[in-house]
Write a protein that binds this ligand. Sequence first.
Ligand code: DAK
Length: 258
Amino acid sequence: MSYETIVLEERGAVALITLNRPEALNALNRQLMDELTDAVRSIEANDAIGCTVITGSDRAFAAGADIKEMQSKSYADVMMEDFITANWEEVTRTRKPMIAAVAGYALGGGCELAMMCDFILAGENARFGQPEIQLGVIPGAGGTQRLTRFVGKSKAMEMCMTGRMMDAAEAERSGLVSRVVPTEDLLEEALSVATKIAELSRPALFLLKESVNKSYEVPLDEGVMFERRVFHSLFAFDDQTEGMEAFVEKRTPNFTNK
Ligand code: DAK
């Protein structure tokens, strides 16, 4: 598939996806989400890639679902085409680590897309919000659920009820983003973090991601037991032997993902 609304590049073992509809502040229309879905699937199948960075421009990560495309849809349309579910959720299915590098606006579906990633690095100019209530709807791609888990009920309720934007400092204080960096350094920093992650043991990363995500789904004792069993299972991999040997021998490990 050739892409018009995203750019997919390989930077060593890192895939870089750049959302690319500058005329619409990267509003997420059907074509873009279809292309993103295809790109994420191709990265998943590409053994040379160990981690993905998804980013936008300095002005906008993404200003939400495309309102102009959505405005004429009826209930029957959105229900029958399984709007959102059909092509928005591949990011939540990928086993490979995915980092959102957010500068500028991440609003509505843009904020939701960033929250689907494993973590968010923000530029100092990043602004997050769920303004759907101002359009007479509510977040439809997980915003009411994921934002609440990130920042707690009070702030999520306020953000979703008023549609106000949160700046990068508030987003970091609230736990929505892992770190804030100068906007001009954002991409370089995200790629550097992704490169380090891509060098690690892929089976361990897959299982790490499953374990952290499990904490959203199950009670603490079940989550800890899941983690324990996963931890045990990693002793079946060559990468565990290699990682520990390399530490003892004071050298860099050479993981083979086996
Ligand atoms: N959709 C389409 N076009 C957009 C857009 C969007 N979300 N955001 C910006 N644009 C376009 C603008 O229309 C404008 O295009 P032209 O007029 O030049 O043709 C261009 O991008 C530049 O935008 P502005 O001129 O407005 O730029 P400003 O710097 O003045 O303002 C802004 C930037 C980000 C504050 C503003 O553009 C803005 O408020 N944008 C809309 C943000 C928003 O409301 N996002 C949430 C979208 S709703 C569901 C139902 C609904 C949803 C999901 C599911 N189901 C039924 C399941 C809703 C999801 C959403 O994300």
